[in-house]
Design a protein around this ligand. Structure first.
Ligand code: AMP
Length: 108
């Protein structure tokens, strides 16, 4: 299978603005932000879509939630939105599992 753009970022073939990384995930700033803070939480494991997540990946999915909490504290945001686009019909463009972390929306 061809390497995804995100794997190429992990392998430093393509530059990106990193916010965080550990042995399981990287967090980068989206190149085309849709919110004042728009990060992508990306597992190092190249799982194509949410529909390909298996039981053995569930600790990784839990870890992604912990990373989201950590990001909210680090960036001092009180609220955020997590989005996963799954499949072409779900608007997914990069077929390497990732979660959008969107924050910094205007308060009413
Ligand atoms: P999705 O539609 O959920 O697959 O989202 C893919 C996201 O990846 C989009 O928001 C893109 O702007 C973002 N993206 C694509 N290429 C890059 C890149 N090289 N660096 C950072 N973000 C990227």
């Amino acid at each position: 299978m061809e390497k995804s753009v995100f794997t190429r970022i992990m392998e430093q073939e393509i530059p990106a603005r990193f916010e965080y990384e550990d042995d399981q995930v990287i967090v980068i700033h989206d190149i085309a932000p849709k919110a004042p803070i728009h990060l992508l939480i990306i597992p190092r494991k190249p799982i194509p879509t949410l529909m390909d997540v298996s039981e053995e990946d569930l600790p990784l999915i839990g870890h992604i939630h912990q990373v989201a909490q950590m990001l909210a504290k680090k960036l001092e945001v009180k609220g955020f939105r997590i989005v996963n686009n799954c499949g072409k019909e779900g608007g997914q463009e990069v077929f390497h599992l990732h979660y959008h972390f969107l924050a910094g929306f205007q308060q009413e």
